[in-house]
Design a protein around this ligand. Sequence first.
Ligand code: ATP
Ligand code: PRP
Length: 207
Amino acid sequence: MNGQLTIAMPKGRIFTEAVELLRNAGFNLPPEFDDSRKLIIDVEEENFRFILAKPMDVATYVEHGVADLGIAGKDVLLEEERDVYELLDLKISGCYLAVAGLPDTKMNDVAPKIATKYPNIAAAYFREQGEQVEIIKLNGSIELAPLIGLADRIVDIVSTGRTLKENGLVEYETITNVTSRLIVNPVSYRIKDERISELIKRLDKVI
Ligand SMILES: Nc1ncnc2c1ncn2[C@@H]1O[C@H](COP(=O)(O)OP(=O)(O)OP(=O)(O)O)[C@@H](O)[C@H]1O
Ligand SMILES: O=P(O)(O)OC[C@H]1O[C@H](OP(=O)(O)OP(=O)(O)O)[C@H](O)[C@@H]1O
């Protein structure tokens, strides 16, 4: 064993599933994990420190080494391209990234507009398709953009498909599947290899 492990956890959707996975792997996480506003939770018994961050920021904490490990959606990892290693596909919080828009509509011929929370992923996708587009970055309610004429298409997460359906939108293409991943800071991986390998082994058994 070599020292405490700091793990950056994403608040929100992924959190509950990630906590369940860690508990299934035999880690004793106290009730604070079920109902608390604390942003740092120490679990002395396991020699873990958990920090609770916005999902989009998890890889930033890990890249800067203030967290050894983190749990982040593949969408965030593709969008941000942080200097971290991906260790495990945790197979939780599954969804996918898709291109969607109003049914039976063609994209504008000249610089069609794409609204998205994922400007880098969207730009790379349309570049690969050989299509020149204008990316419009939004922070949420992406489905609104084609409805009020801000964009021809959106690139966004689809899970149940309910948001698209209830807003009269259809999916045009799937870009990539998304699940949450365990990521590690490259230096921590070298220095704390024993503890990290042990964690991977225990998680791997319950995924
Ligand atoms: N239906 C879904 N919509 C969005 N993200 C999802 C969905 N299902 C799973 N995910 C995963 O959850 C992560 C986002 O979690 P969450 O929705 O809690 O945060 P967020 O929307 O990015 O945060 P906020 O809206 O507070 O800025 C994504 O990065 C993705 O990997
Ligand atoms: O296919 P579904 O199950 O309907 O899920 C997909 C929706 O969920 C997310 O939005 P979120 O709820 O995070 O709200 P946001 O608009 O603030 O991003 C995502 O951006 C989609 O809008």
